[in-house]
Design a protein around this ligand. Structure first.
Ligand code: ZN
Length: 369
């Protein structure tokens, strides 16, 4: 974890001159979220191993997570995860998914996938666990009585359910700080957004487990993922598909309300060299996700209406493994000039967020993903 801290310190130093100007932590123009949509059945109260108060505090985040699961435009990712056809790359043997065959009724695949996600309510539970280097993980739970799998996406022979463990940092912050007078609306928005992203990220893994029927390796969600740094990691694939990059805190130790960045996917060969590229996301971008108008736009115009994160402050590792702020692009409310800065301390080349998926291991009775 020490590299994690070092990376965070250096990134923070690079961004320090821009934090206020770009509204990376606070933005007085932010409008409080107004989502009132129903919470998806998979996130129902009885599926959470936590107090009623904490569950109630999580509701704004669960409403956002629910939007990710019930909007037609966003369901496309799940259709491919559930019904996509497995193909093996002839050179590497890596398995990836191709789009499913078109159904006679174009809405059929969508309907099947929606019903599968609703059925997940019987096949997954959520808990808060003392995780050390990840914010969530998905395990196979063979201790609970299995419920018959009805949807054709799921493997009917699989006699187990899934368990999603989320970092107890979320529960701790929700119960102690969320409603505190000293907590800002921007902190609450970052918490809600980061929690929603993490819970759906893990649900993507759990969905795949139910489809495959156990602990065999995840395929890449698409050929594009296979050729990029996203690889065979369903949670990351969903994040990249939805946000254009993986959402991560700039500092694991400041989570769950840290400044957030997107890690931009790179070609597989470039990532294998150790290259990394990230961009911090401003509060106005995070705030948009909590506005009903944003979701009405997505409903009307589809995926192209998704709020893509601005890439005004791209940061990357250079040839000497030093984080560099490539360029601070002008924003319309900025008077910034282009600036290039660097921090000279070499860093180990790695992202600071671990993969939450691993092949089936011998942890018992839960098998870790
Ligand atoms: Zn993951």
């Amino acid at each position: 974890m020490s590299e994690v801290a070092s990376a965070s310190e250096d990134i923070l130093k690079l961004l320090q001159p821009y934090i206020d100007h770009y509204g990376l932590l606070d933005d007085s123009t932010i409008t409080i979220g107004n989502l009132r949509n129903a919470i998806h059945p998979v996130f129902q109260r009885s599926n959470f191993d936590t107090s009623k108060d904490t569950y109630d505090t999580l509701k704004p985040a669960l409403r956002l997570a629910s939007q990710f699961l019930q909007n037609d435009a966003l369901l496309e990712w799940w259709v491919q995860a559930g019904l996509g056809q497995e193909v093996s790359d002839p050179t590497t043997g890596q398995v990836y998914l191709n789009p499913p065959p078109k159904a006679d009724d174009p809405k059929d695949n969508l309907r099947t996938t929606m019903m599968a996600l609703a059925e997940m309510r019987y096949h997954v539970r959520f808990s808060f666990d003392p995780l050390t280097d990840v914010f969530g993980h998905t395990t196979i739970d063979r201790t609970r009585p299995s419920r018959p799998k009805k949807n054709k996406i799921f493997n009917a022979d699989f006699k187990a359910a899934t368990q999603i463990g989320l970092s107890d940092l979320f529960e701790w912050w929700a119960s102690l700080y969320y409603t505190s007078d000293s907590t800002t609306e921007c902190q609450r928005l970052r918490f809600n957004f980061f929690f929603a992203v993490n819970i759906v990220h893990e649900l993507a893994h759990a969905f795949g487990v139910m489809r495959r029927g156990g602990g065999n390796a995840e395929p890449c969600h698409s050929r594009i993922d296979m050729l990029s740094s996203t690889g065979a990691e369903m949670g990351w694939s969903w994040e990249v598909w939805t946000f254009g990059g993986q959402i991560a805190p700039h500092d694991d130790f400041a989570a769950p309300t840290a400044m957030l960045v997107t890690a931009i996917p790179l070609p597989r060969e470039v990532a294998a060299r150790g290259d990394r590229k990230i961009c911090p996301v401003p509060m106005w971008w995070i705030g948009q996700w909590f506005q009903t108008s944003t979701w009405q736009g997505i409903e009307q115009h589809g995926r192209k209406a998704l709020p893509r994160p601005p890439r005004d402050l791209p940061i990357q590792l250079d040839d000497h493994a030093e984080w560099q702020l490539v360029k601070a692009k002008k924003r319309k409310r900025d008077s910034d000039v282009e600036v290039t800065q660097s921090i000279s301390r070499p860093l180990k080349r790695r992202l600071w967020r671990s993969n939450t998926w691993a092949p089936e291991t011998s942890l018992s009775p839960l098998l870790t993903y």
